[in-house]
Design a protein around this ligand. Structure first.
Ligand code: AMP
Length: 507
């Protein structure tokens, strides 16, 4: 696997890892699908990790179904499956373990001592073997997600963690490899677990914010069914996993229950009525550790959204990022640009489209309002003429803030922009579309002080566009013509066609 990933990991290629314990179901496959969309190469690992099972737990009888797993992964078009033996992962003499600290001692950790030590250790080992750019985990194992994110943060692991919502059966039961062991009666009764969470959510939405009341309600619902034995129910701050007094948007209700010998876990993230699973994940994964949940009134959702993304690692942890942040243009370069040396102009837009479907590279033959106005601005007739001379990239690819792009996002994203410049050795000009790209270019590409930057609208006031000549030492010791103009989708102002200026700058 080390040799394989070294071979496939090329410049600009992104590598995904989806760690699993096999016995794959739709929950796992949702992660695989997300990984396929976001990354160039997808590796799925299948390893039933003995170190995360306690002595009296179900390691020996954990479901194993390798043939079916391989079939499913083959039809899901993953690039590689890593299914090592226990002796390979934990050879004789193995003795180093990761201690995830207090997060690992509560909830599941209290019921299953040593469980997360085993999880964190094997995940770190898998990360070091596969060295993925992005690793995909399910919200289903919420505490695991919190611990892995902490591990990545604390040990500076160079991987982004993407979290995907829970996939459920028709009656609400979370998909789990262990569901196959439920007897018919237990299977029926198991639906009570998600129902108890749903009921608590309905109470919360009708105004009951007291976590204790909600936990009592969950307990009451589950206790009504003698087949289901509740191990715990709790409502916690998702960053610290400590119980909260009030269930606010982003707080998480977690339950663990036993039916016969089968142990099930489930959770629910509280969110504004009607909010998507992705939004709820965003709220949970960006909740501050030291949230004051008592005394103060619940912060309106919009404030929360504003607070959300502090840096790109957080940003990549939420599922709404449908474009891989660094790798986007690289992906299309191979397909659309047979000769990178022919490209004379890099066009930098604002924020990459939330859905890849909105990108001109995804549907080159179907012009959209953006591409039509862009082509008009540049004086080209269609995608083919566009790709003969231009490449399009974006200032930012973080959608966590909706249409607002903050300073740190622009700063972070300038890194991948610099890499993209280097793809095209013969650039002569750069076209900057709109204010985000302008601000990023001035601050983080040209490294100008904020005070030295003329306001964008002021700069374009007279002619509707502006230009200057710059040098980017890391790109090459030669002049580049920069053309600044309004973003083509900007409703209020339109820049004149740049065709003549571009031709002039191309000589
Ligand atoms: P496991 O094989 O149970 O270790 O799960 C492998 C990955 O799949 C973990 O990141 C799980 O959280 C995720 N996963 C398991 N069940 C589901 C589900 N029902 N929905 C979404 N993700 C899931």
């Amino acid at each position: 696997m080390i040799a394989y990933t070294a071979e496939v990991r090329g410049p600009g290629k992104s590598l995904a890892l989806v760690p699993t314990m096999g016995a794959l179901h739709e929950g796992h496959l949702s992660l695989v699908r997300k990984a396929r969309i976001q990354c160039d190469v997808v590796v799925v690992s299948i390893f039933v990790n003995p170190t995360q099972f306690g002595p009296n737990e179900d390691f020996a009888r954990y479901p194993r179904n390798p043939e079916q797993d391989f079939d499913l992964l083959e039809s899901s078009k993953v690039h590689a499956v890593f299914a090592p033996s226990v002796a390979e992962v934990f050879p004789a003499g193995f003795s180093t373990f990761v201690d995830p600290g207090p997060l690992a001692n509560v909830l599941e950790g209290a019921q299953r001592p040593g469980h997360f030590r085993g999880v964190a250790t094997v995940v770190l080992r898998l990360f070091n073997i596969v060295r993925p750019d992005i690793a995909f985990f399910g919200q289903k194992d919420f505490q695991q997600v919190v611990i892995i994110r902490r591990l990545v943060e604390d040990l500076n692991l160079p991987v982004r963690i993407v979290v995907c919502p829970i996939v459920r059966e028709a009656d609400g039961l979370a998909r789990s490899s262990r569901n196959v062991y439920l007897s018919a009666e237990d299977r029926k009764a198991a639906a009570l677990v998600p129902r108890s969470l749903k009921h608590a959510e309905a109470m919360a939405q009708s105004g009951e914010a007291e976590a204790q009341q909600l936990v009592e309600d969950i307990t009451k619902t589950i206790d009504a069914e003698p087949r289901v034995h509740l191990d715990y129910a709790a409502i916690v701050n998702p960053a610290t996993l400590e119980p909260v007094a009030l269930a606010l948007p982003g707080s998480v209700a977690l339950v663990a229950a036993r039916l016969g010998t089968v142990r099930l876990i489930d959770n629910l993230i509280f969110g504004p009525p009607g909010s998507s699973p992705e939004l709820r994940l965003q709220l949970a994964l960006t909740t501050p550790t030291a949230e004051k949940d008592s005394g103060s009134s619940p912060r309106p959702e919009i404030d929360r959204l504003r607070l959300k993304i502090e840096n790109c690692r957080d940003c990549a942890a939420v599922t709404s990022i449908s474009l891989p942040p660094r790798e986007f243009l690289f992906k299309y370069v191979k397909r659309d640009y047979p000769d990178l040396g022919a490209i004379r102009s890099l066009v930098i837009g604002g924020c990459a489209p939330i859905s890849p479907d909105g990108s001109i590279y995804c549907h080159p033959d179907t012009p959209n309002p953006f591409s039509l106005r862009l082509y008009e601005l540049l004086g080209v007739a269609n995608f083919e003429e566009f790709t003969a001379r231009f490449a399009l990239t974006d200032a930012a690819r973080c959608h966590a803030l909706g249409n607002r792009v903050d300073e740190r996002t622009l700063e972070y994203c300038a890194r991948h922009l610099r890499e993209e410049f280097k793809l095209f050795p013969n650039l002569q000009s750069i076209v900057i579309l709109g204010e985000y790209a302008y601000s990023q270019f001035q601050r983080h590409i040209l490294s100008r002080e904020r005070g030295a930057i003329r306001p964008f609208m002021d700069l374009l006031k007279t002619d509707g566009w502006a230009q200057e000549t710059v040098r980017l030492p890391w790109y090459g010791e030669r002049d580049l013509q920069v053309l600044y103009c309004y973003h083509p989708t900007f409703e209020n102002k339109k820049s004149p066609s740049l065709a003549a200026h571009l031709t002039a700058s191309l000589g």
